[in-house]
Write a protein that binds this ligand. Structure first.
Ligand SMILES: [Zn+2]
Length: 481
């Protein structure tokens, strides 16, 4: 061996030694939140699982990683495929089904990453240098080519700091199976994130003891229902905030991400109108109008294919009221997606009370507008000399208006009619311009609000009920069925 070559190899081994020494002294800090949702949910899971957010050394952290990989690999075997993408090295290289070998490989890969020290900025948190070059195929819950599970775009290799890379491995345990994929959420309220992580890790650990698949299963196959149930639970803990819910997949076929943002307003509304949702009893309309409405739509759905029989058995006979959330519900779907639910309120002749809370909390409607619209509805009631006649001559013609112009014209007509019986106008010109149909507000929604106030006071006999159903369904294209 030439002298020069010998020197180089000596130098290499010194350098390697220095790296190892450097690693031993490195402290790891998981206490700061990071921008990437996948890394963040993993970080929160890690902190909860390890019950600490700072580590003195890699050796200490590696103990926890070993514990985790041990669960991923050795607990019910199918788990591994749910956690890691099918083209992941964790699954792909280990088709031998030799779990010891899989475990060894996993730890080895992790150790290799820890040893790297590349310059640049971490993709997730922006930290500078001492990074590792990560290939997407080793990461849990990543998918095929488009790799949509990350918010930042990258090619097959990208740089991450050791903390963020490690966090990713802890992401699956802080998610819940729903709608055939994995769902998770991140809130602007730290306490909500804490609550979510605590619940998940508790269930995750309990599943290990029970020797069932460790990943947390929500048992709800409809994403919107899953979200509804989650925000309901948060209110029982008096936790409020804006939340983004993510639904991701770890198979290559459907790698898209679904995002739904839920606002604090939506949570406030639920808090007002839905105390203890279906916890121990079914709602009745008098007691609990909103929950009754939800119940009605869960029950009604899928009548055609006979699945409501299942609902009767599961929910009512078994008194398993929480299972209501397993059934498709167009009202929940619209509500969670932030679409207007006025149509549902009108069709079910809901109270002004409920409507008002909805309009104030969710739509942020001005109190003055609500007062004027309610006043107009009350005055129109003065023309009521019998429900049947009133509904046919006053209410249905309003219902039938199809445009801003028609609706306005109908209101003017009612104004003239009202003046023949009263000294006061139905509404003033100012009220018309600023409260009833101010520019920028939807005329159709205004119409619905007015009609809700009118329907509330009217009793429908069977004959009128039939006409009512016909009217509302005709224009009801907002209801997804
Ligand atoms: Zn980082």
């Amino acid at each position: 061996m030439s002298r020069k070559l010998k020197e180089k190899s000596l130098f290499d081994s010194i350098e390697e030694n220095q790296v190892t020494q450097a690693l031993l002294g490195v402290k790891l800090d998981f206490s700061q939140s990071v921008g990437d949702p996948m890394v963040e949910i993993g970080r929160l899971g890690l902190v909860e699982f390890c019950d600490k957010d700072k580590f003195e050394s890699f050796e200490e952290l590696k103990g926890e990683v070993k514990k985790l990989f041990n669960i991923y690999v050795f607990k019910p075997a199918k788990t591994l495929n749910q956690v890691f993408s099918f083209n992941s090295k964790f699954t792909h290289n280990s088709t031998s089904k030799n779990f010891n070998e899989r475990f060894r490989q996993a730890i080895e890969q992790y150790s290799e990453l820890i040893k790297e020290s590349k310059n640049g900025y971490c993709l997730a948190c922006g930290k500078k240098d001492n990074l590792c070059s990560v290939s997407k195929t080793i990461l849990p819950l990543t998918t095929g080519n488009s790799n949509a599970n990350f918010t930042s775009n990258f090619s097959t290799q990208f740089l991450m700091c050791k903390e963020c890379m490690t966090s990713l491995f802890f992401a699956p345990m802080n998610m819940q199976k729903t709608a055939g994929r994995m769902g998770f959420m991140i809130s602007n309220n730290e306490e909500i994130n804490k609550f979510w992580s605590e619940e998940n890790i508790e269930t995750f650990n309990a599943n290990i003891v029970k020797n069932i698949d460790s990943l947390v299963d929500s048992k709800i196959n409809i994403f919107e229902n899953f979200i509804y149930k989650t925000i309901e639970e948060l209110q029982e803990e008096n936790l409020f905030g804006d939340i983004t819910f993510y639904l991701i997949s770890n198979t290559d076929k459907r790698s898209e991400v679904t995002l739904i943002h839920v606002t604090e307003n939506q949570m406030n509304f639920i808090n007002h109108v839905a105390p203890k949702f279906f916890k121990d009893a079914l709602p009745t309309k008098d007691k609990d109008e909103w929950n009754y409405l939800l119940f009605k739509y869960s029950k009604q759905e899928r009548k055609e294919d006979g699945k409501n029989v299942k609902f009767e058995d599961e929910v009512i006979k078994n008194k398993d009221y929480k299972s209501t959330m397993k059934y498709f519900n167009p009202l929940i779907k619209n509500f969670i997606q932030g679409k207007s639910i006025l149509y549902f309120l009108k069709k079910n002749r809901c109270s002004w009370h409920l409507t008002q809370i909805y309009l104030k909390e969710i739509q942020g409607m001005r109190e003055e507008r609500l007062v004027v619209l309610k006043k107009v509805a009350n005055r129109l009631q003065e023309l009521n000399k019998g429900d049947k006649e009133f509904i046919r001559k006053i209410v249905f013609p309003l219902e039938r208006t199809k445009s801003h112009g028609e609706f306005r014209e109908k209101l003017r007509e009612l104004m003239r009619k009202f003046l023949t019986k009263s000294n006061e106008p139905l509404f003033t010109a100012d009220e018309m311009v600023f409260q009833i149909l101010p520019s920028g507000e939807s005329w159709a929604e205004t119409k619905d609000i007015l009609l809700i106030a009118l329907y509330e006071k009217i009793t429908l006999d069977d004959e009128i009920k039939e006409e009512f159903e016909k009217h509302i369904t005709q224009e009801g294209d907002s209801e997804d069925e």
